[in-house]
Each structure stands twice: as structure tokens, then as C-alpha cells.
Design a binder for this molecule. Structure first.
Ligand code: IMP
Ligand code: MG
Length: 174
């Protein structure tokens, strides 16, 4: 498969995505109620989502980035390799981990484990998309935008072999 723009079918428009981000931000503001948190975005997919979410939230937060690689199919226990560590102090902090998509859940589980080992007090997961049907690890997002079927999607940060991340909408590869 070598998809180009003609193979893409619109799943979620920029307007739908931005409206939903407003809802998620309101939920986050309501939940944290003035507490300070650290937002940690998972590279590369969560880049645009995190940027838009941070600017919609009122909750006081610093932000940082993490990058990890999972070994899908080998384990559900969250065995991952950290490619980029956050540089901020995590000790005793409440963290909001921002993901583009929860698929098997292995990456988010591994990152939660890593952040816990670094001393984070509590880690909440916020994912724009949730492919519940593909889950292997025992994890659910605390804040979630859209539940989607078992489809491979691109755009708004999500890629196919590093392509399509820059698109403002989310598409299914047909
Ligand atoms: P996990 O299976 O939950 O560990 O997800 C690992 C990563 O795979 C996600 O953070 C995404 O970057 C990527 N991924 C999973 N499903 C899709 C998809 O449908 N499109 C693009 N990337 C995906
Ligand atoms: Mg990702």
C-alpha cells in the first residue's frame, strides 16, 4: 500500500476536532479545578492536539514532550523504549499524558510506568482518539475525544510512514 491524498476518506473534520477539543478542555478544567498540572505530549502524533488543547484549557500547566517506541505484539505489560525523555521535574507532580490515539494501549501503559518510576504522583491519560476494539493492555483514557472503529487513520498528527501528519482533518485510508 502506498497511499496518496486520493486514497483518503474524511472521518473527522477540522471543525469537529476543534469543537471536541473545546469539550475536552472544559472537562479537564472542571476536573482539576485550579490545581496545577504538567501536560506531557507523546511525540510525534500528539503534537497538534496538545498545542490546541493547551490553548483551550484554563488549567495552569507547564508542558513537556516524551517519545517512545513500543514493541507491539510482544507484551501487553508496557515494554517500551523511551526515545526522548521529558526534561522537567516529575517528582510529586500530577501529569496529564496527551496521546493522539489509544490503540493496543501498550505505549501509554509503558509511558505511565516510566513516569511513575520517575516519581510522578498521579498520571491521567487524555487521548483524542480511542480504538477500544484493538486494546491489549489494561488501560482506558481518563479524557477522550472520539471512539473510532478498528480503522487506520491519518492527519492531525497521525501518520502513515510519516506522511499526512500536517493535515487539519482526520482521514481513513481507503
Ligand atoms: P498503541 O498501540 O496504543 O501503543 O499505539 C501506539 C501508537 O501507534 C499510537 O500512539 C500512534 O502513534 C500509532 N497508531 C495507532 N493507531 C494508529 C492509526 O490508526 N493511525 C496512525 N497511527 C496509529
Ligand atoms: Mg502516538
Amino acid at each position: 500500500m502506498n497511499p496518496d491524498a486520493s486514497n483518503l476518506e474524511l472521518l473527522l473534520s477540522e471543525k469537529q476536532i476543534q469543537e471536541e477539543i473545546g469539550n475536552i478542555a472544559a472537562d479537564i478544567d472542571c476536573f482539576f479545578g485550579g490545581r496545577e498540572i504538567i501536560v506531557i505530549g507523546v511525540l510525534k502524533g500528539a503534537l497538534f492536539f496538545m498545542a490546541d488543547l493547551l490553548r483551550s484549557m484554563k488549567t495552569q500547566s507547564g508542558f513537556d514532550l516524551i517519545q517512545a517506541k513500543s514493541y507491539e505484539g510482544t507484551t501487553s505489560a508496557g515494554e517500551i523504549k523511551i526515545l526522548k525523555e521529558p526534561s522537567c521535574a516529575l517528582e510529586g507532580k500530577e501529569i496529564l499524558l496527551v496521546e493522539d490515539i489509544l490503540d493496543t494501549g501498550i505505549t501509554a501503559t509503558g509511558i505511565k510506568k516510566y513516569l511513575t518510576e520517575k516519581g510522578a504522583e498521579k498520571i491521567y491519560v487524555c487521548s483524542l482518539l480511542n480504538k477500544k476494539g484493538r486494546r491489549i493492555a489494561d488501560i482506558e483514557p481518563d479524557f477522550c475525544g472520539f471512539e473510532i472503529d478498528n480503522l487506520f487513520v491519518v492527519g492531525y498528527g497521525l501518520d502513515y510512514n510519516e506522511k499526512f501528519r500536517e493535515l487539519r482533518d482526520i482521514y481513513v485510508i481507503a
